[in-house]
Design a protein around this ligand. Structure first.
Ligand code: PAF
Length: 285
């Protein structure tokens, strides 16, 4: 595996990857912020099934963190991550520093409305602008044939699909944007780099979140009213040791519009805090 840290080196390396064989090899990009866990490695394996060559980017993107968020504390472990990617047969690791991504004078922002409204868009102002901006840059830098993202960040995936479609990035740069199902620990907690912040007690209590979501989904499927069902979910999560619930909402899977009933493509979205760590999850109804 080759590691590159500047755009000219990246461009040359991707060109070389494409010339690997007599035919033009396809390239899949898996964008990440590092601190790689089994969820990321699942994305890499899915990418390897779909493309000839896999490029992974690791960049802790300052533009998607709010002023009081965990940018400085966000786990950075490039050597460990690099070894994991090497073991997965990844062809290229794109690991730019902040100055390579946002050189002095950088002034462009991409803002995607509608699907960014509500949920994490409401709780984390500017977050999805930061995501859309960096992902657009990554697409332009790597010029992959496809890109893969985890469905744990379902709203992020909706924002990226909208951005790529609206800015005509889907041709020629990225023909396909794939969502890969959430990878969960045996107790049901969705894997996340932020789970590393949890104390053993909070980690054990955190499994109450997906459990309460399953119960709420079963009630909604049974025809029970959405409002009281979500209120019950909140009570259960708070009773299990979470300090707050930022949101627990039923939304349309594609448009992210708020729903008060199951419209056939409803998804339950929850963000809740435990021991200072904000966890998010989503499941289909
Ligand atoms: O999901 C993430 O890890 C990040 O939001 C992404 C897509 C790599 C953009 O920084």
């Amino acid at each position: 595996m080759q590691t590159v840290t500047t755009l000219p080196d990246l461009r040359q390396a991707v060109d070389e990857l494409r010339r690997f064989d007599s035919k033009r090899d396809t390239v899949a990009l898996v964008p990440t912020m590092g601190a790689l866990h089994e969820g990321h490695l699942t994305l890499v394996r899915e990418a390897a099934k779909r493309a000839d060559r896999v490029v992974v980017s690791i960049f802790v993107n300052p533009r998607q963190f709010g002023p009081n968020e965990d940018l400085d504390a966000y786990p950075r472990q490039l050597a460990e991550d690099s070894a994991k990617l090497e073991a997965e047969g990844v062809a290229l690791l794109w690991a730019p520093g902040p100055e390579a991504m946002y050189p002095a004078g950088y002034a462009t922002n991409i803002s995607v409305s509608s699907v960014s409204d509500g949920l994490c868009g409401a709780d984390r102002p500017g977050h999805f602008d930061g995501v859309a901006t960096v992902v657009c840059k990554l697409f332009n830098q790597v010029r992959p044939d496809m890109a893969l993202f985890g469905e744990k960040d379902w709203q992020q995936l909706a924002v990226i699909r909208r951005m790529a479609g609206d800015l005509d990035l889907t041709q020629p740069h990225v023909d396909a944007i794939y969502g890969v199902p959430i990878v969960r620990d045996p107790d049901g907690l969705a894997m996340s780099s932020r789970n590393a912040y949890l104390s053993p007690e909070h980690r054990a209590a955190a499994a109450a979140l997906p459990r309460a979501m399953d119960e709420a989904i079963a009630r909604i499927r049974d025809g029970q009213e959405v409002g009281p069902t979500l209120a019950m979910l909140e009570d259960e999560v708070l009773g299990a040791g979470f300090s707050s619930v930022d949101y627990a909402e039923l939304r349309d899977a594609d448009s992210i519009a708020l729903l008060d009933h199951d419209n056939g493509k409803a998804r339950l979205f929850v963000a809740a805090r435990i021991g200072g760590t904000r966890l998010i999850d989503n499941k289909p109804v």
